[in-house]
Write a protein that binds this ligand. Structure first.
Ligand code: SF4
Length: 142
């Protein structure tokens, strides 16, 4: 029987897999993000370019400096959600990116502060409970 930790990691991995399958790297979520203008490192970057880095990060390939920067500045405004034409939920994609970049799933810590997230599991639970209805959670977990 899987422990709660194993179940949560499996939940994260399932959602990463689903995001990688459904995201077309169109970049519309990046274009809708209100935080990018506050980061000089994201100046001039295009949505497809940065999202390609997010996909690389989620796939375990390390991402790009721009993808890590977007992950760092994300405040979960949720403006990206209606911008996505593929029903991916980019806000969840960014949360998964942050979890991955912090090394919370066992990979290297890639964000500048380099810390592992001590509240990873508590935050996953809270995030799941706060952001989704039961029906939406069931859809994500399929
Ligand atoms: S808007 Fe949706 S499909 Fe387009 S890059 Fe963002 S998550 Fe992927």
């Amino acid at each position: 029987m899987e422990s709660e930790t194993e179940q949560l990691i499996a939940y994260v991995e399932r959602n990463i897999e689903r995001t990688l399958a459904d995201c077309t790297t169109c970049g519309k979520c990046f274009d809708a993000c209100p935080m990018t203008e506050y980061s000089a490192a994201l100046n001039g970057k295009t949505g497809p370019e940065v999202v390609a880095g997010i996909r690389s990060l989620l796939a375990g390939d390390g991402g790009t400096p721009a993808a890590l920067e977007w992950t760092r500045v994300c405040t979960q405004s949720a403006r990206c959600i209606p911008a996505c034409p593929e029903n991916v939920n980019p806000m969840l994609m960014m949360r998964l990116s942050r979890i991955t970049a912090l090394g919370s799933t066992g990979g290297p810590a890639l964000l500048p502060d380099g810390k592992r997230d001590p509240n990873f599991f508590r935050r996953i639970n809270a995030f799941s409970a706060l952001q989704f209805s039961d029906a939406e959670l069931a859809a994500w977990q399929r």
